[in-house]
Ligand binder design. Structure first.
Ligand SMILES: [Ca+2]
Ligand SMILES: [Ca+2]
Length: 231
């Protein structure tokens, strides 16, 4: 009976020894893996950091132009619209910037008829654009027949300058400059006319009751080109 117990005890003792050995092996392997992770994986991270791919990001620039004219009555406002569809821009081209010039002269043909008051204003909605850009010119007015130019920057942070980007992949940098939501929608510009009549215009047939407004627009476009830079 006591022998059985002692054998059982020994057996248990034996098992305990195996378990300890196994545990030790697991701990040592764990430490070894930790060391491997630290020295090999971290080293790879560090190496990757210094061998991250570099991409040159450049832009091929182009533009579309067009013109329109409208006869606007005294005290009236007309709306000029511009969109990707209206200008028929290729889907691969992104919109960088829109410039619209408003020009006019006195067309009544009446002697000594002064230039009319003309006001142009672009509503900061309708088209998705960089409405907060400091170089935008969203409204202007004059009464001396000089030309006004309104400007809207469309694609945020676009300057047209070539740049180098590091890390990730070419697709990532291409996606940054192919987001067609910039420039989507319809840009609307209101143009108003208040005529200034010639002296003696109260006479019948001697009135200035409208003006012909000429609009010339330029849309600057770009297409990105991403190339890996050899290390
Ligand atoms: Ca006039
Ligand atoms: Ca006029």
């Amino acid at each position: 009976m006591s022998e059985d117990t002692s054998i059982a005890f020994l057996a248990k003792e034996d098992d305990g020894g195996k378990a300890f050995a196994l545990l030790s092996a697991v701990v040592i392997m764990g430490l070894a893996f930790h060391a491997y992770s630290f020295f090999i994986v971290k080293e790879n991270d560090i190496l990757n950091k210094y061998t991250a791919p570099v991409f040159s990001v450049s832009f091929e620039q182009s533009s579309l132009q067009g013109s329109d004219s409208m006869l606007i009555g005294d005290g009236e406002t007309e709306v000029f619209q511009l969109s990707r569809d209206i200008i028929d821009a290729d889907t691969s081209l992104m919109m960088a910037k829109i410039s619209i010039s408003i020009s006019y002269e006195e067309t009544s043909g009446l002697i000594a008829d002064p230039c009319d008051d003309v006001h142009g204003q672009i509503a900061p909605n309708g088209m998705t654009a960089d409405w907060g850009h400091p170089d935008n010119v969203l409204s202007d007015s004059n009464s001396d027949c000089s030309t006004m130019t309104l400007v809207v920057h469309v694609y945020p942070e676009y300057t047209g300058e070539m740049m180098e980007e590091e890390g990730l992949n070419a697709e990532h940098w291409e996606r940054m400059w192919t987001n067609a939501s910039h420039g989507s929608g319809v840009l609307e510009m209101e143009v108003s006319v208040d005529t200034n009549a010639a002296p003696g215009s109260a006479l019948p047939g001697n009135d200035d009751d409208n003006e012909e407004i000429n609009i010339q627009w330029t849309v600057e476009l770009f297409e990105v080109n991403v190339q890996p830079v050899p290390v």
